[in-house]
Design a protein around this ligand. Structure first.
Ligand code: F6R
Length: 609
């Protein structure tokens, strides 16, 4: 989703802004732009549709120079990707602004501003923001006051970076509903949508809170909370190095992140197990009390994180006996759901900023305990939850989630075990599951080093338009996730079904042009999956089956291609089986020549509805 960078310094900030934009490319965008206040105290701006590289090429032709500036990558919401819709937006050559989020009352504001003589050059909701600020700047003569008054007129979500030619060396930054961090340098300050943009210039960050407004110059930083009081916000040191977001030897971030999974899974376990038991405090100081008292669990998430929640429901209900619902946040937030007493709401999110998940969490108010499984410690979801478990996957740059997903699963496995301890899950079973969890990194390494067969299978998918994925039990959500990965990065339409549902409709689709990808582990459902595969084969379908190496699939014949996977317990299977499906989508996408790390139309952090 859109990315913001801004800087106030003594030096030329254009290279810093440009590098920041490159580092935000992973968020997804379709145009990019930079505006700086030049040494003659005028605004200079360059905007381009397409990649940041196109902007960089233009800057070679028309270099920009200035020590105060803002920059943006735009993911179109209101108005097509075009130069005139790209940010920064400028009003009367006086104020430049970059914006993430959506100003929902933009039509009303636009009508009022047009009546006041403001001229519009874009179709965006954002342009009303820059006009409103310029309007108040004319009245008050002070940029901070102008932003403070303007944001009172906005309904919706925003993170803003604003500069004005009459106040060079100053930038106002504010957020409500969209994330924004301030990077603290020596005699210089920066802003960005996330820390990765600023790692080459600083590792010291302040995470603005909802409604904060920051008045930033080279000499000073003053932050006001939403009530207008001056507040001190802690400076946090990031342990990420500037090359934490480098691709290294890999051709794509996605491939790098797939290969990082064994290490990431080890990191999830690190320091959270003592004498074969999950330490409750890994979730926060009050966790034991909550786990003891809870009567039901409600999981809320979106996309891949929702699939992790679906797996967790199988685990939680089957192993701990605690009733568990799972729902996509975009539905949950609007349907006035019933929450029983003593419910634990679990949100799952890589970014911790997903607008729907955050809104669903906020809608719950104080009616439940809130636990968040997340990859970004300073994110809004984490800050607004009572209990948290960080997945420690490190920055995930590929838009299609891989290591974030497997680490979420491992986090949910720890949650299941911690709750199970309070629910009579016997110690022997708990220890066996933990023992099996420690084996996972090695087993996944084995799959990663034997990917040739998966690569060969990918050839058969290069020219197809549709595919079906099937699985049963905990592997049904993995089939959903496999189908999502294929759709996202190869643009092949793929649907996933519980294998038992095929005969209730989807089997009508089966013919020799529609391949099926199936997953089967040794969980007691294998014979049923085999029967479902037989039904597909009998109708001329071709099947690509990832199956536990201990299962005999020979009777399925030549039209069922089988790739054996390491024998793992039923509990561990989802974490292992998603890995070959990730690789499979990756290899198909490579053959199709798509933009694997930044697939079309997608955004990494979905901070608008
Ligand atoms: C798919 C993917 C998305 C996200 C979804 C939720 O590969 O990454 O489906 O899972 O947008 O995002 P988070 O986990 O950040 O809440």
């Amino acid at each position: 989703m859109c990315g913001i960078v801004g800087a106030v310094a003594e030096r030329n900030v254009t290279p810093i802004l440009l590098e920041g934009l490159r580092r935000l490319e992973y968020r997804g965008y379709d145009s990019a732009g930079i505006a700086v206040i030049n040494p003659d105290t005028c605004l200079d701006r360059v905007r381009r549709v397409g990649k940041v590289q196109a902007l960089a090429d233009s800057l070679q032709q028309t270099p920009l120079k200035g020590s105060t500036g803002v920059a943006h990558t735009r993911w179109a919401t209101h108005g097509e990707p075009s130069e005139s819709n790209a940010h920064p937006h400028i009003c009367n050559q006086q104020v430049a602004l970059v914006h993430n989020g959506i100003i929902e009352n933009h039509t009303e504001l636009r009508n009022a501003q047009q009546a006041n003589g403001f001229h519009f050059t874009s179709e965006t909701d954002t342009e009303v923001a820059v006009h409103q600020i310029e309007y108040y700047l004319n009245q008050t003569g002070d940029l901070l006051e102008a932003v403070r008054l303007a944001v009172k007129d906005f309904d919706g979500a925003y993170a803003l970076g604003v500069v004005a030619v009459k106040q060079p060396g100053r930038m106002i930054a504010t957020r409500s509903g969209s994330p924004l961090v301030i990077g603290v340098g020596i005699g210089e300050y920066f802003i960005a949508s996330d820390v990765t943009a600023l790692l080459p210039v600083t590792r010291r960050f302040i995470f603005l809170e909802e409604g904060d407004i920051a008045d930033i110059t080279t000499e000073s930083l003053t932050i006001y909370d939403k009530a207008g009081n001056v507040v001190e916000r802690e400076i946090k040191e990031s342990n990420l190095s500037a090359d934490a977001t480098a691709k290294g030897e890999y051709r794509h971030y996605m491939l790098k992140e797939i290969h990082e999974q064994p290490l990431c899974l080890t990191d999830v376990l690190e320091g959270r197990i003592h004498e074969g038991e999950v330490i409750d405090n890994s979730f926060g100081p009050k966790a034991s009390e909550v786990f003891e008292r809870l009567k039901q669990i409600q999981i809320i998430a979106c996309g891949t994180s929702y699939h992790a929640g679906l797996v967790a429901r199988y685990w939680l209900e089957a192993i701990t006996g605690v009733p568990c619902n799972v729902e996509v946040a975009s539905e949950y937030r609007y349907r006035n759901p019933v929450l029983l007493d003593d419910t634990l709401v679990v949100t799952i999110s890589q970014s911790g900023e997903t607008a729907d998940t955050l809104a669903a969490l906020r809608g719950i108010g104080d009616r439940a305990w809130k636990l968040c499984i997340c990859n970004v410690p300073e994110s809004s979801l984490v800050r607004e939850s009572h209990l948290t478990l960080m997945t420690r996957a490190g920055p995930e740059i590929g838009v299609a989630s891989t290591k974030a997903f497997t680490t979420q699963l491992m986090g949910l496995m720890l949650l299941m075990l911690a709750i199970g301890k309070h629910r009579g899950l016997d110690a022997e079973r708990r220890h066996a599951i933990i023992e099996a969890a420690y084996q996972l990194p090695g087993q996944i390494e084995n799959i990663l080093s034997a990917s040739d067969q998966i690569e060969q299978w990918a050839d058969a998918f290069t020219d197809i338009d549709n595919a079906i994925f099937i699985g049963r039990g905990t592997l049904f959500p993995i089939a959903l996730e496999g189908a999502l990965k294929l759709k996202e990065i190869s643009y092949i339409h793929a649907d996933a079904y519980p294998a038992g549902e095929l005969k209730h409709g989807p089997i009508a689709l089966i013919d020799s042009d529609l391949p099926t990808v199936a997953v089967a582990c040794n969980d007691g459902h294998q014979e049923k999956v085999k029967s479902n595969i037989q039904e597909i084969l009998a109708r001329g379908g071709e099947v690509y089956l990832f199956a536990d190496e201990s299962l005999d699939m020979s009777e399925l014949g030549d039209n069922c291609h089988v790739m054996p996977l390491p024998s793992v317990s039923a509990e561990m299977a989802p974490i292992v089986y998603c890995v070959p499906l990730q690789l499979f989508s990756y290899f198909v996408a490579i053959r199709k020549g798509t933009d694997v790390d930044q697939p079309r139309n997608l955004a990494k952090s979905v901070t608008v509805e």
